[in-house]
Design a protein around this ligand. Sequence first.
Ligand SMILES: [Zn+2]
Ligand SMILES: [Zn+2]
Length: 162
Amino acid sequence: MNIVCACPACHTGIYQTSIEDVSSVTCPACGQSVAVPQGAIQIAEQNAHPQLIRCLVCPSTELFVRKNFPQRLGIAIVVVGLAASCIAWAYRDLFWTFGILFSTALLDVILFFVVPDCLTCYRCGARYTGTDGMDKFGNFNLETHEKYRQQAAREKQSTLSS
Ligand SMILES: [Zn+2]
Ligand SMILES: [Zn+2]
């Protein structure tokens, strides 16, 4: 199982593979280490992918399944495709105009099927790939997201006022 998360101390991105084999994750920038909580990863059977029970960085057990695909890249592909087809349109080249538009859409569809799913923590945004049992977490839920967003806002406010 792999994890991508932000360091709790300095917010640098941390990437760690085979997290089930290590007892803690260390931040490459500030050296802060995050201990992997006991019982957070379950290895059901040999040769199977380990299963995630809860987030390893924060105490949250609520995670959602989404494509491990940066949203910005998806948008960038569409924007570039649109711009390129506009250029082709300016040259009155119908073949390229629709060719580019069509391939942009096709590329997005292909990426959607090729890119694997990942688990994302609602609370801290840590992402996990290469884990089994993702179905029990379900897809993105706006209500849960909102709950954590408000909680984070409250926490921020109380640290500011104190
Ligand atoms: Zn750090
Ligand atoms: Zn978390």
